[in-house]
Design a protein around this ligand. Structure first.
Ligand SMILES: [Zn+2]
Length: 82
C-alpha cells in the first residue's frame, strides 16, 4: 500500500489518515452516494477509493491567503509547506 501524505519530518509518523470513504459509509450512506460524494475530494483522480485524509494540520496564513506550514498531530512540530 502506498503512502499518500508522507511522513512527519520530525518524528517520522505516518501522516495518512482514514480512508475518505469510511466516514460516509459509517453514516449509512449507500456506496453509490458515497462514491459520488468523495469524488469531489482532492486526490480522487490519483487514488480513487484508496484516497485517505491527511493527518497533518494545515497552518493557514491569512495575509498570504494560503497554507504555509503543517503541524504533526503526534509530536506537534511544524514544517514549511514545500
Ligand atoms: Zn511528528
Amino acid at each position: 500500500m502506498s503512502n499518500i501524505h508522507g511522513f512527519c519530518p520530525h518524528c517520522n509518523a505516518d501522516l495518512d489518515g482514514d480512508l475518505v470513504v469510511n466516514y460516509p459509509l459509517s453514516q449509512g450512506y449507500t456506496e453509490d452516494l458515497v462514491l459520488e460524494y468523495v469524488a469531489s475530494y482532492e486526490g480522487w483522480d490519483e487514488h480513487g477509493e484508496a484516497n485517505r485524509w491527511g493527518r497533518a494540520i494545515a497552518l493557514y496564513d491569512r495575509d498570504k491567503d494560503m497554507t504555509t506550514a503543517y503541524r504533526c498531530p503526534d509530536c506537534n512540530e511544524t514544517w514549511e509547506r514545500k
